[in-house]
Design a protein around this ligand. Structure first.
Ligand code: SF4
Length: 348
């Protein structure tokens, strides 16, 4: 069967040409899938009956299947659990922001990186998601809300820069004016510091925002909560991020999870401010850690978090404490579950 999801206009035209189908049908098909959210070939009534039958017999649109959906009490955050064709499951989140709808997608089933505060990594890495499976998470939210998706963050389960080609292909499709027409400037890739591919992404010349999961200001603490810190020293990571900034001129976002008694001291706030001096216009996103049944980590008191924030801000840095929009439905950072990450038969 020929997979049609995640194909560019040119690729679809080429498939259709091979099968003697008129070229303009490819554009119509894109319109059905990405703008009208019609996924059943028999409902594509602009197509002649014979074409609908040929598509049904030879092609698939393997949109992930929606398994569960939860909505936060304020209705602004929706988390979905979706299942891929091989029964792998991942979660994705839709957030209603003041500027529009933002979707957070997963890039892998599980994650190999082992960050101690993160629920996604608890079962390890199962597999990379394909470009179609990544874009499918955005399409599902479009279909559910019938709203234009304004921005995409690759910040769910997985280390996106370990699944580089598929993530980039998905973002290129989401950017394509014929498909989803989302500006690269409204896309963010979050990395725990996968150094070689930070350089590679910088050299693509795309104005994608880079978010670095920094989470510590020295190697010792970083290694203790992020195993990737043993592979890449903090200076190597920051050098790569500086190269990204210098090359793209895109504002860097530093994600910093606040964990009481681990990385949230006032000294660390000053150290974070010092690091930020090298990155003009950077933004620091402080994230109170989310404990769950697997993770016994605690957020600092509100007073301590505010003091931490004020110290970082005193270095002239833009800094916010992330609103815990999804906390009520466990859709906040580090809470997208790994429990659903493997094939159903392994876990149920
Ligand atoms: S925080 Fe990101 S990189 Fe770290 S384990 Fe979780 S998903 Fe992987």
């Amino acid at each position: 069967m020929i997979e049609l999801l995640g194909k560019s206009l040119e690729e679809l035209q080429s498939i259709f040409k091979t099968h003697n189908i008129q070229k303009f049908r490819a554009k119509q098909l894109i319109d059905y899938i990405y703008h009208r959210y019609v996924f059943d070939f028999q409902d594509m009534t602009q197509f002649p009956k014979e074409l609908r039958q040929w598509l049904s017999d030879n092609c698939i649109i393997s949109l992930p299947t929606l398994i569960t959906e939860s909505v936060s009490p304020d209705g602004k955050t929706r988390k979905i659990l979706v299942e891929m064709i091989d029964q792998s499951r991942v979660e994705a989140v839709l957030m209603e922001q003041h500027y529009g709808y933002s979707v957070c997608v997963s890039s892998q089933v599980g994650c190999a990186m082992g960050c101690v505060f993160c629920a996604s990594t608890q079962g390890g890495l199962y597999r990379d998601l394909t470009a179609a499976e990544i874009i499918g998470q955005v399409v599902i939210f479009g279909a559910l809300t019938k709203e234009q998706i304004h921005s995409v963050v690759v910040m769910g389960a997985g280390e996106p820069l370990q699944n580089y080609d598929n993530v980039l292909q998905a973002l290129q499709l989401l950017h394509d004016p014929v498909i989803c027409n989302i500006s690269y400037r409204k896309m963010t890739i979050s990395t725990c510091g996968w150094v070689p591919n930070i350089y590679k992404l910088a050299d693509e010349g795309l104005p994608i925002t880079l978010a670095l999961s920094l989470h510590a200001t020295n190697n010792e603490v970083r290694r203790s909560i992020m195993p990737v810190g043993a592979r890449y020293e903090l200076t190597e990571v920051l050098d790569a991020v500086k190269y990204y900034y210098d090359t793209t001129q895109r504002r860097i976002t530093f994600e910093y999870i606040l964990i009481d008694s681990i990385n949230a001291s006032m000294e660390e706030a000053h150290a974070l401010g010092e690091i930020c001096k090298d990155f003009p216009n950077c933004h620091v996103n402080l994230i109170p850690v989310n404990g769950n049944e697997h993770i016994e980590l605690y957020k600092p008191s509100i007073t301590n978090m505010n003091t931490f924030k004020d110290i970082v801000a005193s270095y002239g840095v833009s800094v916010t404490v992330r609103k815990e929009m999804g906390d009520a439905i466990q859709a906040a950072c580090g809470q997208l579950k790994a429990a659903h990450g493997r094939k159903k038969e392994n876990h149920e």
